[in-house]
Every structure is written in C-alpha cells, then in structure tokens.
Ligand binder design. Structure first.
Ligand code: S3P
Length: 450
C-alpha cells in the first residue's frame, strides 16, 4: 500500500485515536497472569499488539475478542503452559522483550522468533539482566540478536542498573521479577514510560518507587483480575498534533488520550516551538491519566531536544523532526542514539527522506540537526518498513508542494490501524468536524526548560 498525500487545507477538527500500544501490550499480559477474567476495552488491535495476544494464547491463555477493541482475558493465576511451537513476535520489539521477561519465570523452554527487522534489533539489553536473575537465555543471531531461546525457572530478585532508559528493558525485568524470589529493582539513567508499574498497581501488585527513581516489584504475587479501559495513544495523536501545530491558525482537539506524564513531553516541545497547547486530565481512576489536548498552530521556531526528555518522546521524534524542518531556525535532536535501533535506523531514514523532500539536515551519530524552514516538495519516499517513518512522512506531505507518495506503508498497521482514514480527514475539508475551541478551560501544557 502507498499513502498519497497533498497539502492540507486549513485544519480545524476534533479526533480520537486508537488505544495506546504500550498500555495495550501490558494490559493483556498482566490480565493473563491474573486470577480471573478481565475485560479490556479500547484495546489496540494493531499487528504488534495482536502478536502479544497470540503469544499468550499459545501459552494457554483463553482470550476472546468480541469486537476488535475489546478483549476478555481469562487469567489463570500465573499458570502458563509450554507453547507447542516457537512464538512469532513479527515486527514487535515490545512483544519480544516483554515476553522474554515473562518467559524467564517459566520452567519450560520457549523460542521467540520474528521478522527480518526484528532480527536486527539488540537483545543483549534484556538478556544481561534476565541472566543475572537466573534465567538460561540465549540469542541465536549474531551480536545478541533474535531469535532468542529461553529456559527459565527459579529466579532471584536483583537490583539492576540499566545502562539505557528503556521501558522495554525495565518491563522485561519487572515481569520476570513477579516470578522471582524477593524484590526486583530497576534503576534507569532517566525515567522511561511508567505503564508497567502503573498496570501492576492497578491489578493490585505491590511495587515500590525510591527517591532515586528506581522501581521495584515484589515476587510471588498474583495480579487481581480487573477490567480496564485503554486510553488513546498520544504517540499516534502526535502525528496530528504536529500537523495542527505547524499550520498557523490550525486547530485540533484530541479527546480521550493517555496523558501519563512520562509520555507527554511532545506537548512541551510543541509549546517551545511556538504552538499553543492545552491539556486537561479528565480521569485518573485507572491510574493512567486520560483526557483532552487542544493545539492551535503558529509559525514554529526551532528547538533543542536532548537529555532526559528523549526517552519520554522517543516515538514522537520522527514527526518532531518534520516539525523541525517546517520551523524557523535550527532544530537539534541529540542523545537519541536509540533511534538507530528501532524498527529501522530512524536517524538515517529521517535524514534521507527529509533530504529527498528538499530539507537541509545534518545526520549526527546520536541525532539530527535540521535547518528550517524548508519549502518541502512532494516526493516519493520510503517507509523503510517502519510505521512511524511512514506516518511522519505522510504528515510532511501535508506541508509539501505537489504530491508525496509514501511507499510500502502497510507497516502503519503495526501501531495505527485506520491511519489512512484519519489522513483523509486531514486532506479533505468536508471530512473535518469543525470543533469549538475549548482552550480557555484547559491548562497550558507543561513546559520543560530547554
Ligand atoms: C515501548 C518502549 C519504547 C518505544 C516502543 C514501545 C514500550 O522502546 O520506542 O515503541 O511499550 O515499552 P524502548 O523502551 O526500547 O525505548
């Protein structure tokens, strides 16, 4: 499939986005370990999340899907059964890394496989801590890449100081910790998304957080079965938030999205770049804050994205780079070497495509320097098989002369089924649902110092 995009008309609309990918993975895993049935609403039925669902089914968990966004997960008090065959994680790094943590706690052997892109992604980051906990785990690929073979069993709690801020690493270790003796603690160089800890707490699993930011889970606990409603994914909303922010006078309201403060750094960046951004948390009953975001566009100016902010907007960097290309002045993204080991090397992919569209961009080992504003010209660009690259360049197409064609864009289904339909709303004024500004009643998005 190709995405064909033309310059956007005036943006003035109100949208919702599909369920949060990170929260969907965690909700189904923790529900599967619980002591009874759990109904999960707002589940993201994307290819990545369905890999996790099917993996849990292969491990003996009954999961019904009465409609695409609803799962009924029949938790079996942490009892999993040996899979009959290898487990296919497809393109999903989250599935492979979180499952590795879960499987490290099981006495049987399992093998996790995936697609060619997943086979290029590093697994040493989870193998090292899981081995320390006592799991027998081996990467079969060169340089500790997948497939991975796991033989788990009696694990011991550890204190793990992770060299990288990665929620996937933290979550793999904490999931293994649920099956370990004693307490398992993870300390990161800076905070990554907190969904696993929150989901544990929601399912009444005891965790602890120390002043130094480290997170712990106590072993031998069974999550209490509960229902959960997953909020919209702010990383999916980010494509439209940037589109509205970069169009002076553009206006967008996104309802019912996750506003966990380890995920909202993108809003602060848009404020720094000159957009007017407001947010209101409407509900925290399920521990994951959810609410509304409103953006009014302006002529954007360049900014610097670096340090602790990076892990908290890692998935938004491709589309923020597009904002940078449209902004006046220089935008610098640093300390983002993790982008090089995502579904593709996102630093190289962004640089390549933005150059094809006429932007001036310098590639650095850990990021990008983008000299805006670029008069973007429509072009044929590659997705590199990476959903966020495909979607970011569809947004670039909304600001380019002529037509932009994003090739090989089926990958958008990894995280955003329905992206094409949403994109049509942004290119066809008749499809927009003009919304009344509510800005006065919302509070400004948090602004982090540069
Ligand atoms: C995710 C964490 C991030 C992110 C990925 C989803 C998660 O990866 O890029 O899309 O659900 O834990 P890292 O933890 O490796 O940075």
């Amino acid at each position: 499939m190709e995405l064909r995009v033309k310059r956007a008309p005036r943006i003035d609309t109100e949208i919702t986005v599909p369920g949060d990918k990170s929260i969907s993975h965690r909700a189904v895993i923790i529900a599967a370990l619980s002591n009874g049935p759990c109904t999960l609403r707002g589940f993201l039925p994307s290819e990545d999340c369905m890999r996790t669902v099917n993996a849990l089914r292969a491990l003996g968990i009954r999961i019904e899907q009465p409609d695409p966004n609803t799962l009924v997960v029949h938790g079996k008090k942490r009892v999993l059964t040996p899979p009959k065959e290898e487990i296919d994680c497809g393109n999903s790094g989250t599935t492979m890394r979180l499952l590795a943590g879960l499987l490290a706690g099981q006495t049987f052997e399992s093998r996790l496989v995936g697609d060619a892109a997943l086979y290029r992604r590093p697994m040493d980051r989870i193998i090292a801590p899981l081995r320390k906990m006592g799991a027998d785990i081996l990467a079969e690929g060169p340089e500790q890449t997948p497939p991975i073979r796991i033989h788990g069993g009696s694990l011991r709690g550890i204190k793990y100081k992770s060299p990288i801020a990665s929620a996937q690493v933290k979550s793999a270790v904490l999931l293994a910790g649920l099956f370990a003796k004693g307490k398992t603690t993870v300390k990161e160089p800076s905070a990554s998304r907190s969904h696993t800890e929150l989901m544990f707490n929601y399912f009444l699993v005891r965790t602890a957080k120390d002043d130094d930011g480290s997170v712990s889970v106590f072993g031998d606990q069974v999550p209490e079965s509960r229902d959960f409603a997953i909020p919209g994914d702010i990383s999916s909303a980010a494509f439209w938030l940037v589109a509205a922010a970069a169009q002076p006078g553009g206006h967008l309201l996104v309802r019912d999205i996750g506003l966990n403060d380890t995920r909202t750094a993108v809003l602060g960046v848009l404020v720094r770049m000159g957009a007017q951004v407001r947010e209101a948390v409407e509900d925290v009953d399920q521990l994951e804050p959810r609410g509304i975001v409103e953006v009014t566009g302006a002529p954007l100016k360049g900014t610097v994205i670096q340090g602790k902010e990076v892990p908290q907007l890692i998935d938004e960097l491709p589309v923020l780079a597009i904002a940078g290309a449209l902004a006046n002045g220089t935008t610098i993204i640093r300390h983002a070497q993790e982008l090089r080991v995502k579904e593709t090397d996102r630093v190289a992919a962004i640089a390549h495509n933005l150059r094809t569209m006429g932007a001036q961009i310098i590639e650095m080992s850990d990021g990008l320097e983008i000299h805006g504003p670029a008069p973007l010209r429509g072009a044929r660009v590659a997705s590199f098989g990476d959903h966020r690259i495909a979607m970011a360049f569809a947004v670039a197409g909304l600001f380019a002369d002529g037509e932009t064609i994003v090739q090989d864009a089926d990958c958008v289904r990894e995280s955003y089924p329905g992206f094409e339909t949403a994109l049509e709303e942004f290119t066809n004024p008749k499809r927009m649902r003009t919304s009344t500004p509510v800005i006065g009643s919302l509070s400004p998005a948090r602004l982090e110092p540069e």
